[in-house]
Design a protein around this ligand. Structure first.
Ligand SMILES: CC(C)(COP(=O)(O)OP(=O)(O)OC[C@H]1O[C@@H](n2cnc3c(N)ncnc32)[C@H](O)[C@@H]1O)[C@@H](O)C(=O)NCCC(=O)NCCS
Ligand SMILES: Nc1ncnc2c1ncn2[C@@H]1O[C@H](COP(=O)(O)OP(=O)(O)OP(=O)(O)O)[C@@H](O)[C@H]1O
Length: 306
């Protein structure tokens, strides 16, 4: 089974992309935000730990029926402005989320699905990128990310975020540009939802062909499923590739840093741009959703390549 990690920054479009994968391509989604809610629901061990740590007076409110509920806006206000508190909350929630994701992935595998998508906002930050077969990063520039985040109504029924709140949430995550380094595929969400649908359709076709869907309805996927040692070996090889990719990436990062240092001293040939510079160049050229060839980092592909 192909396990895809889908990530991006806050409001870069993960839920939008997930719903396209699920509604138009029948691919099941495991939503880490949803699980993160469930593991701190009243009655869970997570809830008790969180309430004891932050204090009832700060993060508990009452609903219309007078029942105590977690005030997510208040908890957000604390953790997005205090990195130590954020780390603490992550240390409570992330192991529980990870466990649930593994359980759900196994369930989908047992049920014979050819692909599952893990929608995990902190896929890279939490290190889960090492355990997936494909890493899809949804990219938008910071300006668009901020404007979409501010104009989105709150899920909790309250008002949306202010500009300051939105900025503190964005800065509490790894930058989207840095996330690109980890990607095996980039979805550019600077255009319309239709643009996004087209990119996703082509991506699914590519995955299906990798899984052998042109012949016997997915011969490679079926072989891995019916003969688990083959599937396991293929999975281990993917993890090994991940390991190599990580090493390459660290090397590229070092080279880039040294190139930036040399650039400030005026020693670098400007013809050779980095992948991020190319994406920004494209945006600068005002051609979102276009098909201009760009220089991608080795081992990664994207709709931007085509
Ligand atoms: C602080 C909380 C209560 C705020 O809840 P709220 O309903 O306002 O936001 P929601 O859960 O829908 O998250 C919205 C987005 O915020 C970003 N985000 C959430 N938690 C974090 C975090 N710890 N660090 C960085 N970004 C985060 C993600 O992009 C996420 O998609 C909630 O985000 C939370 O419990 N966060 C900690 C758990 C976590 O890391 N979740 C991310 C998936 S594992
Ligand atoms: N291509 C698009 N064109 C216009 N609006 C978009 C597009 N993609 C997403 N949006 C809007 O941007 C907002 C953020 O998108 P979405 O909720 O999918 O992001 P997300 O990455 O799942 O956010 P979070 O990190 O909070 O989970 C939503 O209001 C969504 O409707």
């Amino acid at each position: 089974m192909l396990v895809v990690g889908l990530t991006g920054g806050i409001a870069s479009g993960k839920s939008t992309v997930s719903s396209i994968f699920s509604s138009q391509h029948d691919i099941p989604i495991i939503d880490a935000d949803l699980i993160a809610r469930e593991v701190i629901e009243p009655g869970t061990e997570g809830y008790t730990l969180v309430v004891n740590h932050f204090g009832k007076d700060r993060i508990i409110s009452k609903n219309q029926d007078g029942e105590e509920i977690l005030d997510r806006a208040a908890l957000g206000e604390i953790i997005f402005n205090d990195s130590n508190q954020r780390k603490w909350l992550n240390s409570i929630i992330h192991p529980r989320v990870r466990k649930e994701i593994i359980k759900k992935t196994i369930k989908y595998w047992l049920n014979g699905y050819w692909c599952v998508i893990l929608d995990i906002p902190l896929l890279i930050e939490a290190g889960m990128w090492k355990w997936v077969g494909e890493i899809v990063v949804i990219y938008v520039n910071e300006k668009l990310q901020l404007s979409r985040l501010i104009s989105r109504p709150s899920l909790n029924g309250g008002p949306g975020l202010t500009e300051d709140q939105a900025k503190s949430r964005i800065s509490s995550q790894m930058s989207l540009k840095e996330k690109l380094d980890y990607s095996t595929f980039v979805l550019d969400n600077s255009g319309t939802k239709k643009d996004l649908e087209l990119q996703i359709e082509r991506l699914v076709l590519k995955w299906k062909s990798q899984q052998g869907f042109g012949f016997l309805g997915g011969w490679w996927f079926k072989l891995c499923w019916f003969i688990p040692p083959i599937g396991l070996t293929a999975g281990l090889m993917v993890l090994f590739t991940r390991f190599l990719k990580y090493n390459n990436m660290m090397r590229r990062r070092k080279q880039r840093k040294s190139k930036e240092r040399r650039k400030t001293r005026g020693e670098v040939d400007q013809r050779f741009n980095t992948r991020e510079e190319n994406i920004e160049l494209r945006e600068f050229n005002g051609r979102p959703g276009g098909r201009r060839r760009t220089g991608t980092s080795e081992g990664s592909s994207s709709i931007l390549d085509e």
